[in-house]
Write a protein that binds this ligand. Structure first.
Ligand code: HEM
Length: 382
């Protein structure tokens, strides 16, 4: 089997087109040992799907952690069941009206300017506002909340500058302090929000430690907006680069929903999940050993021609579209329904409101963060 040359995962060359590198791996070395990262890279759909579901051999646990994302059963099951009700399709549908309202306000604000920077003006403020309201952040603290989360978010990429790490630490401390205050208030005076629901669960005896409650709030905050930002911005970019597809929006029933599934497949906001091997096992003729790291590259599985015909073509009418952008198995994204709804509303509202929407620059830079795939900025004219 031909071995594929190592690449610099943080270079703009890789970031602007990771897919040709994934293709080479899928074709000639689908279970690849990456010496520089000290981990296995899985790139074929069937092996990616199998790995995401293989809880016997692979563990999500990463040291002492207090969040379900990096916890195995039974703790994972307990933590997830405490919040899963807040994220079911039915509960999330009820947020539709409010999401429309936020999107309309954001688009009203940019309309007179004749241009917008999609990330700062739409893709970032929408999910952070939605998750802040869901958690129960008080309206007068929303700006503080947004600034503190931004400090954490900057550090989700590789940290090249110590001031970024400092600022992330500061953001985390500020948020944890604020959550402590909010928890005390809601304990005394419960409202219809997620914090109050979690405190009620704790009182019913569904055990949730204080550390776990804070871990849960931070996970929902970071997971709830850093990814959805990229669904909206990567999605609009793909549509602007494929005008024939953009023009399909609004032409048939259900196209908005299908469009978002295809956009999630085509340029997945989360490119891979990490696991640690629990027991030795065989995959694709290789022995994967206990203690090894594994990167399960859903961004590559979603371009596998064994499952998706012409995988590098954006086709909003693709049906079915069994992408793995939200993972699979027990860690399947808890916020998938919410992300889908925000993506559908934001993308279709922007396209409908501004039919002449165009890219304002051909020079786009990707954030140096290979897990969360997103642009630094996406300037457009209206
Ligand atoms: C387009 C947007 C989103 C994408 C692409 C995405 C993707 C993912 C993926 C791939 C996983 C699985 C990770 C793994 O297996 O290691 C995951 C888990 C998770 N996501 Fe999302 N996510 C999105 C939006 C959201 C939102 C809006 C929320 C919350 C409000 C959220 C909350 C979570 C949580 C809590 C988990 C952990 C679930 C568990 O461990 O059981 N995500 N997400």
């Amino acid at each position: 089997m031909t071995k594929v040359a190592a690449v610099d995962w943080l270079s703009q060359a890789f970031l602007s087109d990771p897919y040709s590198h994934y293709k080479a791996l899928r074709e000639s070395d689908p279970v690849h040992w990456d010496e520089t990262r000290g981990s296995w890279l899985l790139t074929r759909y069937d092996q990616v799907a199998a790995a995401l579901r293989d809880d016997d051999n692979l563990s999500a646990e990463q040291g002492p952690a207090f969040s379900m994302l990096v916890t195995d059963p039974p703790d994972h099951t307990r933590l997830r069941s405490l919040v899963s009700k807040a994220f079911t399709a039915r509960t999330v549908q009820q947020l539709g009206g409010r999401i429309h309202q936020i999107v309309d306000e954001l688009l009203d604000a940019v309309a007179p300017r004749g241009e917008m920077e999609v990330i700062a003006d739409l893709a970032y403020p929408l999910p952070i506002t939605v998750i802040a309201e869901l958690i129960g952040v008080e309206p007068e603290r929303r700006d503080f909340f947004r600034r503190a989360s931004q400090k954490i978010a900057v550090a989700l990429g590789p940290i090249t500058d110590p001031s970024v790490a400092m600022s992330a630490f500061e953001g985390r401390t500020e948020l944890l302090q604020y959550f402590d205050e909010l928890i005390a208030k809601r304990r005394a005076d419960p409202r219809e929000d997620l914090i109050s629901a979690l405190l009620a669960a704790e009182e019913r005896g569904d055990f949730l430690s204080h550390q776990e409650l804070l871990g849960m709030l931070l996970l929902l905050l970071v997971g709830g907006h850093e990814t959805t930002v990229n669904l909206i911005a990567n999605g609009l970019l793909a549509l602007l680069r494929n005008r024939d597809q953009l023009e399909l929006l609004g032409t048939e029933d259900g196209i908005e929903k299908r469009a978002v599934e295809e956009l999630l497949r085509y340029d997945s906001p989360v490119q891979y999940s990490g696991r640690i091997v629990r027991n030795d096992f065989e995959m694709g003729g290789e022995t994967i050993r206990a203690g090894d790291g594994v990167r399960i590259i859903v961004g590559s599985a979603n371009r596998d021609p064994a499952i998706f015909a012409e995988p590098d073509t954006l086709d909003l009418q693709r049906d079915p579209c069994p992408h793995l952008a939200f993972g699979s198995g027990i860690h399947f994204c808890l916020g998938a329904q919410l992300a889908r709804l925000e993506g559908q509303i934001a993308i279709s509202a922007a396209v409908r409101r501004f039919p002449a929407l165009r890219l304002a620059s051909a020079d786009l830079r990707w954030r140096p963060a290979p897990v969360l795939r997103g642009l630094e900025a996406l300037p457009v004219t209206l």
